[in-house]
Design a protein around this ligand. Sequence first.
Ligand code: HEM
Length: 507
Amino acid sequence: MEILGLVSIPSWLLVIMAFLFLLIMYSVYKQSYFWSLGIPGPTPIPFLGIIPSIAKMGLQETDLRLMQKYGRHVGSFFGNLPQLLITDPEMIKEILVRRFSEFTNRAQSFRNVEFFDSAVNVAPGEHWKFLRSTLSPTFSSGKMRNMTPLISRCLEKLTRNARNMSEGGKSVEMKSLFGAFTLDVICSTGFGIEVDSQSNPNDPFVVNARKAMSNNIIGLRILLSMLFPDFQIFFRNIPLMDQKALDFFIEATKSVMKERRNSTSDNYKDLIQLMINAHKEQSDKTTENEALNYDSYKKRGLTDREILANALIFLLAAFDTTASLLTFVSYLLAVNQDVQDKLISEIDMELGKKPPTYDNVFKLQYLDMVVSETLRVYPPATRFNREAAVDTEVCGVKIPKGLDVTVVVSAVHYDPEFWPNPRKFDPERFSPENKGNIKPFTFLPFGAGPRNCIGIRLALLEAKMAIVEMLQNFRFMTAPETEIPPKLDKGALTKPANGVYLKLEAL
Ligand code: HEM
C-alpha cells in the first residue's frame, strides 16, 4: 500500500501495526479502570502496570512505596489486571469479616478449572464452604496432638542433618536445612510417607515436590492472565504446575488411598486418613455432578478428586511458608543474641532437655512472642486476596463486582502508625502487657476471618517444636557469609534471595 504516493508499506506490516494499535488500545482501556472510580494509584505502563517496579525492587518494596505514596487504598495494575491494594484495618475488617458474604471467594483470575478447582484455597462459594467445613476438623487441636509423634520423627532427622552440615565449623544454609524439615513434616503428616529430604534428595517424592513448587509454568499462566484478563477462558487449560510432578502425586496419593481403604488399622493419624474418614459413609454414593448447593454437599463426604487436590494444596501451602518462618527466626536470633539468650533460658527453665510436644511448646510465652514478631517482620505470604461478588462500597470506596481486592500484609506490618519503628525486631510488642494495644487487623500473617489459613495450628506446632529442638542442641551465630539484612526474593513469598548462612554452635 502507498501513503500519499510517497512511501510504500507492505500489507503484512500494516496488519501487524493495526494489531499492535488494537493491543495498546485494549491496554489503555483496561488501565482506565481505577481512574473512572476515582481511586488513587500510579499511572500504569501499558501492558506492564507495576511489573517493571516489581522486577527492579521486588513486590514487597513496590507495595510499601505505593502505600506510602498513595495511602491505604491504591488502584494498581499487574499487567492489565486491576488490583485494589488495601492496608486500612477498618476496610480489611469489613472485607474479611463483616461483609464476608460479599467477599467469600479468592480472585478467580489465575483459577485452573481442571484439577485445583476442588482445592479449598481455590474453590468458590458453596463448594468452598463445604470443603472448608469438612476439612477444618482435620486441623483441630486434638488431631494436631495426635500428629506430634510424626513431627518428632522429623525433628530427629533435623538435628542429625544440622550436626552433619555444621561439622568442622562449616556455615549452614538455613533455608535448605529447614526446607528439608518442613518437606519431611508435610510428607509424613499429609501423605503418611516418610522421607528424609536432606539425606535423600533423589527420593522421587522429594524430587517431584520440588518440581511441583518450581514456578516456570505458573509464570506462563500468570503472564497470559495478567496481559489478557478478559480472555482467561483460552488459557485455563495451561497447567498450573509441572504435569509430570502432578501425575506423580496423583498416582502416589491414589495408591495411599487404596492401601488405606483396604486396611483395617486405625493407627493412621495423617491428613490423608482424616480426609478419607470425613463422612466415609456417604462419599461412595456421591457423584461429582451432584447439585452444587451446600445442603446437598453437606450430605456427602470428600470425593477422591477432592482428597487428591487438597492433599496437594496442603503440600504446596505448607512447605515453603513454614520453612521461611523458621529461616527468619534463626536469622533474627543470630543477630539478636540477647533475644536468643532469653529464649534459651525460657526453654531451659520450662523444659530442660524434655522433647518438645504439642502440650509443652504452646505454653512457652517468650517463644510465642519471638515467633509472632518474626511473622510481623517477615510475613511469609506478603499478599492475599478476595474477589467482590457484587457491586458494592466499603468505607466510602466503590468496589465493582469481580474486582480483585488484595490485602498487602507486609505494608500493614510496616505501617509506623500501627507499629512504631517498624523495621526494629522487638518481640516485646507481643508481651502480655503490650499485646492488648495491638490494633485489630494490623497483624495478618495468616489472614483473617472465615477464610484465613486453615493450617495455622500445624504451622505453629511444627515451627515451635523445631525451634525448641534446635535451641536445645545449638546456638545460632552469624557467620562471615551472613547477609545482614538478608536480601529478599522479589516474589510474593518472603524468602531470602541468597539464602541465610549461619554457624550452629553446639551446646
Ligand atoms: C508459616 C506458615 C504459613 C503461613 C504464613 C500461611 C499463610 C496463609 C495466608 C496468609 C493465607 C490466606 C488467608 C486469607 O485469605 O485470609 C493462607 C491460606 C491457606 N493456607 Fe496457609 N500459611 C502457612 C502454613 C500453612 C500450612 C502448614 C497449611 C496446610 C497444611 C496451609 C494451608 C492453607 C490453605 C489450604 C489455605 C487456603 C484456605 C481457604 O481458602 O479456605 N498453610 N495461608
